[in-house]
Design a protein around this ligand. Structure first.
Ligand code: TYC
Length: 115
């Protein structure tokens, strides 16, 4: 919030202008950026590839080619980061994916972790 602080340089300043050695010093306004969270998609043996592609298109705004590529990465490596968001948005994405998977009776898992 504060941009400036006032440092009194004279120990015997009686308020007269002639001895006032005050100096204005800049301080850093320490505004911390909120932490970011990775949303991870996990591989399993049962969820159809096309369902995962649809999830990535629907909830992560990927086009079909991007979605297919990320799906294949998860399939081969076991896990991939599918997005990085604020805590609230990441939580929403995880909930949306888990609800969608459950509704379609697929065991797809989606989690989040602090970056
Ligand atoms: N391994 C699944 C299959 O062979 C496909 C799959 C990919 C599942 C990515 C989950 O997050 C996943 N049908």
């Amino acid at each position: 919030m504060s941009t400036y602080s006032l440092w009194m340089m004279s120990s015997e300043d009686d308020g007269d202008d002639d001895t006032d050695t005050s100096v204005v010093v800049k301080t850093r306004p320490k505004t911390k950026r909120p932490p970011l969270y990775k949303v991870l998609l996990l591989n399993d043996d049962y969820t159809p590839m096309e369902f995962v592609v649809a999830v990535l298109e629907r909830f992560f705004g990927m086009n079909h080619a991007q979605a297919f590529e990320i799906m294949l990465t998860v399939h081969k490596k076991g896990v991939a980061v599918v997005g990085v968001f604020s805590h609230e948005i990441a939580e929403t994405k995880v909930t949306q994916v888990m609800d969608f998977a459950r509704r379609h009776q697929h065991p797809l898992q989606c989690t989040m972790e602090k970056e």
